[in-house]
Design a protein around this ligand. Structure first.
Ligand code: ADP
Length: 405
């Protein structure tokens, strides 16, 4: 079964094609047989299209005024030219889309109908950068592949059944009625990591209490009980919670009132400040990339050191909050760019929870762990590093849904 996955963002669109047997899902994520990337920011009005397939790497610069023809050109490399991997577009059985915001209505992956498209459109207000890009992808597929089954895999879905106490902000009740509440994001990654953890521990997910730490440029934690998200750090938008690459995470809302009243800020300027100029970048003044912040620390930059100290403090305090929601902890999981690669961040985060009987194996942590337990054998809390595979998780859901239909 050929499954196409589209992961459309504001500045890029990643796509891949999986070829998996019709009758069973493989135990381990297979490598996609085709991978495509469009970088919309390559140059003003010019996108860079990269395709890797059939042992070929194709790179093209494509001038564009609208995005859909570029997406169509990218997809045509599946059945044309040196990167061809299928004889005909009709071989594509199902297409999965990562969709950032689906509100609370969708708590699992859902076949795309006009009603689902309408919901994605409704949530543009809350995901102004991502949801329009998802709709573009869906429309491009409709145009090229006609009535093929398309599936929306929502970042919010895994958190959609969080208890009210965790998801309602203590503003006015009007907020609840208007849908101003905590939605949570990175759901596909948190869920995938929880399932993979249960597999690696040889335990039933329904018996486990877990904290998953998705630490990339964007970062969030989830408290997972019986395979369900019961609390998470991102909120109404992906700005809440942890300190991130260029996002502030949670700050006292009065700071914003102060900036409006006394420094002439308006909504756009605040948006830029909090989403693009804060976090590791804002404090260090060096970069939103942790590797560069660490190099600056090595070179003696005190602001870079301060940024790292804040990052760790925020991470530990949010972990504490997830722990309180769970009441017990069986495993702590690190994933995404920082979670998978930065052994110093993992060590610093774990150190604060040694009182639980958590013991990190320093040697395993310092290696290059991937889908591996990095706590000692007598640790009361297991610690794991999981390589998150959101595209594969999307493809898996598509496979399951297409067999149901
Ligand atoms: P995104 O949210 O954009 O998908 P990623 O999951 O790729 O982000 O994570 C990006 C972050 O991971 C960056 O801060 C980067 O510095 C960090 N990172 C990647 N590799 C390493 C590494 N080897 N050591 C430390 N940090 C790393």
């Amino acid at each position: 079964m050929k499954i196409l996955v589209l992961n459309a963002g504001s500045s890029s669109q990643k796509s891949c094609l999986y070829d998996i047997p019709d009758d069973r899902l493989p135990d381990h994520p297979p490598k996609p047989i085709w991978e495509g990337l469009i970088d919309w920011t390559h140059q003003a009005g010019v996108a860079e299209v990269k395709v890797e397939a059939a042992e070929t790497l194709l790179k093209q610069q494509v001038p564009f005024s609208s995005r859909i023809p570029v997406i169509e050109q990218l997809l045509a490399t599946l059945w044309n030219g040196s990167t061809q991997v299928i004889a005909d577009r009709a071989e594509i059985h199902v297409v999965g889309h990562r969709v950032v915001h689906g509100g609370r209505k969708y708590h699992e992956s859902t076949p795309i109908t006009p009603e689902v498209k309408e919901a994605i459109e409704q949530f543009i207000e809350l995901a102004p950068v991502h949801n329009p890009a998802h709709l573009e992808g869906i429309n491009a597929i409709e145009h090229i592949l006609g009535s093929v089954l398309q599936v929306a895999v929502f970042d919010t879905a895994f958190h959609a059944q969080m208890p009210d106490a965790a998801s309602i902000y203590p503003g006015t009740y009007e907020w609840v009625e208007k849908g101003i509440r905590r939605y949570g994001f990175h759901g596909t990654s948190h869920q995938y990591c929880a399932e993979r953890t249960a597999e690696l521990l040889g335990e039933n997910l329904n018996d486990l209490k877990l904290i998953t730490c998705h630490l990339g440029n964007g970062a969030s934690l989830a408290a997972i009980c019986n395979g369900r998200s019961i609390d998470t750090t991102m909120g109404f938008t992906p700005l809440d919670g942890l300190m991130m690459g260029s996002r502030s995470g949670s700050v006292d809302p009065s700071i914003l009132i102060h900036l409006i009243r006394h420094e002439g800020y308006d909504a756009d300027r605040l948006d830029h400040l909090l989403n693009s100029a804060s976090g590791l970048l804002g404090i260090s003044g060096v970069s939103n990339d942790l590797r560069q912040v660490m190099s600056a620390i090595d070179a003696g930059n005190p602001r870079a050191k301060l940024a790292l100290d804040l990052y760790i403090h925020r991470l530990r305090s949010c972990m504490g909050s997830m722990l309180a929601s769970l009441g017990r902890l069986d495993a702590l999981i690190f994933t995404a760019g920082i979670g998978e690669n930065a052994s110093n961040i993992r060590a610093a985060a774990c150190e604060a929870f040694e009182f639980l009987g958590l013991k990190l194996d320093a040697e395993k942590n310092a290696g290059r762990p991937r889908d591996q337990i990095i706590s000692t054998s007598d640790s009361k809390v297991k610690v794991l590093v999981i390589h998150t595979q959101e595209d594969w998780a999307i493809a898996r859901d598509c496979w399951k849904l297409s067999r149901k239909g």
